[in-house]
Design a protein around this ligand. Structure first.
Ligand SMILES: Nc1ncnc2c1ncn2[C@@H]1O[C@H](COP(=O)(O)OP(=O)(O)OP(=O)(O)O)[C@@H](O)[C@H]1O
Ligand SMILES: [Mg+2]
Length: 356
């Protein structure tokens, strides 16, 4: 069974393996021509979450198969599960193991809109800059240009020259830039969104393309056919005729704590993975990843404390265990505070704490 697995959850980076991913099914092929740039390397937000090493498989077999299904089918992965079950970290683990570079992150809040994920256009900043430049040249103000194309004042060249400086692609917009290797995009806590966002998102992810009307309007002028804009990695990337179409479909992880249901149309187009909270060997692997080989045995009492009180049905978070171990390493040695006291202090079930 192992053979078909591209992502194996083993923690050791193997950037060559992604090249063994077969071509997408015909209905998930996209026509963008890849840009030459490699993605930026993974950053601290990944290493912070994953720790130094992950010597054992962190995901179970079923989870591995579903993650790989999403990679093969070029479908977004919808990950649900309790807080602390490792939903957000999953995106980082895939990027790290397959060498897919920095994880693009879009944390969703109730105000999030599709547009922000794709790109933003700073029309006011551009207008102000144009006015200042005009003032400097002539000592007066240009006619106001509200369509952002700089057509109204006759000073077009200086104004249009910089439109790319006022457009910044968001995480979704950057993930869809054409590339040979898929980028990893984490759309975190999608269940916090406004009711329209999942459906809006669905269209873009289905088509793998989006338009930037501010650039489309300029595309008939040869000097503005291709404009360089800033992407989410802070790089300047060329956009031609105001349209972006992906090449390799990004590996999209959408997480949800199950605070609300998603439309059936979205579920149909996703691979759904329900993560169980880490227990037993996954928990041991996780402790070793953050505290080094053998740490699971050294802190066996804390791990057991964590797992045993789990039977009460109260919500406990992996982070509470990690925090307890960290504190034990310092406080117990220096201040003679018992390990159990620390465990009791930090590993309180969530419900009890909220009642205070
Ligand atoms: N594969 C892994 N390797 C190392 N650490 C991990 C791994 N998966 C999860 N963790 C650790 O477990 C903790 C919880 O993981 P994470 O934040 O991904 O959970 P979550 O399901 O997204 O939680 P929430 O719903 O609260 O956002 C983090 O501190 C993370 O560092
Ligand atoms: Mg999370």
């Amino acid at each position: 069974m192992e053979n078909w697995l591209i992502y194996r959850g083993q923690g050791e980076p193997d950037p060559e393996r992604i090249s063994r991913l077969p071509a997408p099914p015909r209905w998930r092929r996209f026509s963008g021509r890849p840009l030459p740039d490699e993605p930026p390397p993974i950053d601290q937000s990944t290493t912070r979450r994953l720790g130094d090493r992950a010597p054992l498989p962190i995901q179970d077999d079923e989870a591995l198969q579903l993650i790989n299904a999403a990679l093969y089918l070029r479908r977004p992965l919808l990950v649900t599960g309790e807080p602390g079950s490792g939903k957000s970290t999953l995106a980082h683990a895939v990027a790290h193991e397959l060498g897919l570079g920095r994880v693009l992150q879009w944390p969703i809040v109730s105000r999030s809109e599709l547009q922000q994920g794709l790109y933003s256009y700073d029309a006011i900043g551009r207008l102000q800059d144009a006015q200042l430049a005009h003032q400097r040249r002539t000592g007066g103000y240009p006619a106001t240009d509200t369509d952002g194309a700089g057509r109204g004042d006759g000073g077009e060249a200086a104004d249009d020259d910089g439109i790319g400086r006022y457009i910044r692609l968001g995480p979704l917009g950057t993930a869809l830039l054409p590339s040979t290797r898929p980028r990893v995009l984490l759309i975190d806590e999608l269940d916090k969104s406004d009711i329209d966002l999942p459906n809006d998102l669905l269209n873009v992810l289905e088509e793998g393309t989006y338009r930037i009307p501010e650039l489309e309007r300029l595309a008939d002028r040869p000097e503005h056919r291709t404009v360089r804009v800033l992407d989410d990695d802070g790089r300047r990337v060329p956009i031609t005729e105001g349209r972006v179409t992906c090449s390799a479909f990004p590996f999209v992880v959408m997480t949800s704590n199950g605070e609300r249901d998603f439309p059936a149309a979205l579920l149909r187009r996703c691979i759904h993975l329900k993560l169980e909270p880490p227990r037993d060997e996954r928990l041991a692997a996780l402790v070793q990843a953050h505290f080094g080989a053998g740490a699971d045995e050294e802190y066996d009492d804390l791990v057991r404390h964590f797992v045993e009180s789990d039977d009460t049905g109260d919500l406990k978070l992996t982070d509470q265990l990690l925090n307890s171990i960290f504190l034990t390493q310092h406080a117990v040695r220096e201040e003679r505070v018992g390990r159990n006291e620390i465990a009791d202090l930090l590993m309180r079930p969530l419900d009890r704490r909220q009642q205070r």
